[in-house]
Design a protein around this ligand. Structure first.
Ligand SMILES: C[S@@+](CC[C@H](N)C(=O)[O-])C[C@H]1O[C@@H](n2cnc3c(N)ncnc32)[C@H](O)[C@@H]1O
Length: 235
């Protein structure tokens, strides 16, 4: 199947701001959404307690930055997303919580120059599974590594795949059962259809190896349940 283009992905998210604006539930179509949000933002906080600048890639309506600001309320926040309605909502929510500067960038992480040694923390939640070829993954991970100060950290929550096809099938079956219990078969079919059309997830092992390859000093796993995981790396 031909996968969605960045424009098609942007158009879908333009219409979906409310679904990504709830801190109490996080993204309901994912597993352990609030736990993953807590682990990612707590890890960023524990590793970079004196952080001054954060970059949130594919910030959506800003949930992850909002959650991190509950721990460090002085951050300069750079919010990057394909979707303008998402960015506007994120900007509004984040401005209410930080005493630092808030900057928004509309664009595709594959194309945007995010600078060199600027950020203490980079977060990317439920975004990287839109990357396609291994070369794209590599250039985005290099870009993120370059954008961090030494000692800075990069944290990911995402839909992930498995190296082995049978384990992949087991985890998709488990995820299907979860979605069915949440919203019935039609909800499960709806979510599986857009994953098929839109997403190209890679395994945690692939991403951790890539983090090492591009230069990160330490890699770590925070959580994994079915097809969702949280992990990160320190420069
Ligand atoms: C599933 S939402 C997650 C939003 C937010 N990170 C959260 O966890 O609540 C994915 C977001 O990533 C954005 N996005 C997808 N591909 C992107 C890309 N290549 N560059 C920048 N943003 C992207 C979408 O517009 C959307 O707002």
């Amino acid at each position: 199947m031909k996968k969605s283009t960045p424009d098609e992905i942007r158009e879908r998210f333009d219409k979906d701001v409310d679904r990504f604006s709830n801190l109490e539930t996080g993204q309901k179509a994912t597993i352990d959404a609030t736990l993953q949000m807590d682990l990612v933002t707590s890890s960023a906080y524990y590793v970079n307690k004196n952080a001054k600048k954060i970059l949130d890639i594919g910030c959506g309506a800003g949930n992850y930055t909002v959650k991190l600001l509950q721990k460090i309320s002085t951050l300069d926040c750079t919010l990057l997303d394909l979707s303008l309605p998402m960015l506007k909502q994120a900007e509004k929510r984040v401005k209410e919580l930080t005493s630092g500067q808030v900057r928004t960038i509309q664009g595709d992480i594959r194309e945007i120059d995010v600078g060199q040694e600027k950020y203490d923390i980079v977060i990317s939640a439920a975004v990287l599974h839109h990357l396609r070829e291994p070369t794209e993954w590599k250039s985005v991970f290099e870009k993120i590594y370059d954008s961090l100060v030494p000692g800075g950290s990069f944290w990911v929550f995402d839909l992930v795949s498995q190296e082995d096809d049978q384990i992949q099938k087991m985890n998709m079956d488990r995820y299907g059962n979860y979605l069915t219990s949440e919203g019935g078969k039609s909800y499960k079919d709806h979510v599986f259809d857009y994953i098929e059309k839109e997403d190209t997830p890679r395994s945690i092992t692939f991403q951790l190896e890539l983090m090492k390859d591009v230069g990160f000093r330490k890699i770590d796993i925070l959580h994994k349940n079915s097809v969702f995981g949280s992990f990160g790396a320190i420069k």
